[in-house]
Design a protein around this ligand. Structure first.
Ligand SMILES: C[S@@+](CC[C@H](N)C(=O)[O-])C[C@H]1O[C@@H](n2cnc3c(N)ncnc32)[C@H](O)[C@@H]1O
Length: 261
């Protein structure tokens, strides 16, 4: 595991990182935008009144989508003040404040009572968490019996050199990435019956190419203007590494759904 902790990640999200990822992906900061949220919502069975906990909720784009489209009640948990403040403001602007709240906190020690949520949810961000075993244990603790865990995440899908592993994770500020099998084991260990454990890596490389094209095309001028040439070049180099690793089938995404026994 790399020596990256929650302080490194929140410092980055207080700065340019969240802004640049929003420019690349939109306010739902994950691969596939709202279409992916709809797919996960259908599989997980999000309905009117479902109590959802969005773990690592970012700017709250998915939370608002789940409340607006399905009538769910959502709590978002995130450790970065700027992300939570922004999520609260955007949610109030949309008049969804009665159905969505956001809490500042660490997913490894969630500020919620046990057996509170029908669905524990996450999209493309648990890769930031230093201890996935403890994370899944916390998810299990706060889910009601018979409740659902539903998440997507970036995963390691193939062997790579130590140097490559270090460069890819360092750029993203991931302490490490799980594998498909690794997540499946963690889900079983913490009392979930696994309903889905799906490798979504098929289109991951095309998304990486799309992000790099947007970065070096339309977005370049704005990023340089806002954050300077060094930041732009660092991001360009890092995304280049990810494009290469995705093309070679070494990194990808998975979707996981389980039911708490
Ligand atoms: C990519 S963003 C989340 C995107 C969001 N899932 C979405 O789909 O729009 C990653 C977020 O993870 C948060 N984060 C990272 N580690 C965390 C932790 N241990 N506990 C809570 N939040 C964390 C960061 O503050 C950041 O806002």
């Amino acid at each position: 595991m790399l020596d990256i902790n929650i302080g490194d990640v929140t410092a980055a999200y207080e700065g340019p990182v969240g802004i640049i990822w929003e420019m690349l992906m939109g306010e739902q900061i994950h691969v596939g935008g709202k279409q992916e949220t709809d797919i996960l919502a259908e599989i997980a069975g999000v309905n009117a009144g479902t109590r959802v906990l969005d773990v690592l909720s970012g700017l709250g784009g998915p939370a608002r989508h789940l409340a607006r489209t399905y009538g769910a009640t959502v709590i978002g948990l995130d450790a970065t003040g700027r992300m939570v403040d922004e999520a609260v403001a955007r949610t109030a602007d949309e008049g969804l404040g009665d159905r969505i709240t956001f809490r500042l906190g660490n997913a490894l020690d969630m500020p919620f009572r046990s057996e509170t949520f029908d669905i524990v949810w996450g999209q493309d961000s648990w890769c930031y968490v230093t201890d996935k075993d403890r994370l899944i244990r916390e998810c299990s603790r706060v889910a009601v019996p018979g409740g659902t865990i539903a998440f997507t995440d970036w995963i390691q899908t193939g062997p790579m050199s130590d140097e490559e592993w270090r460069s890819l994770n360092t750029f993203m500020l991931f302490p490490y990435m799980e594998t498909l099998d690794g997540y499946e084991k963690l889900l079983r260990r913490h009392g979930f019956v696994v309903r889905e454990c799906e490798d979504l890596s098929g289109d991951f490389a095309s998304y990486m190419h799309r992000y790099r094209d947007a970065l070096t095309g339309d977005l370049k001028g704005r990023i340089v203007e806002l954050f300077g040439t060094d930041v732009f070049m660092d991001v360009e180099r890092g995304i280049g590494l990810w494009v290469e690793a995705a093309d070679e089938g070494k990194v990808g995404r998975g979707r996981f759904v389980g039911r708490k026994q």
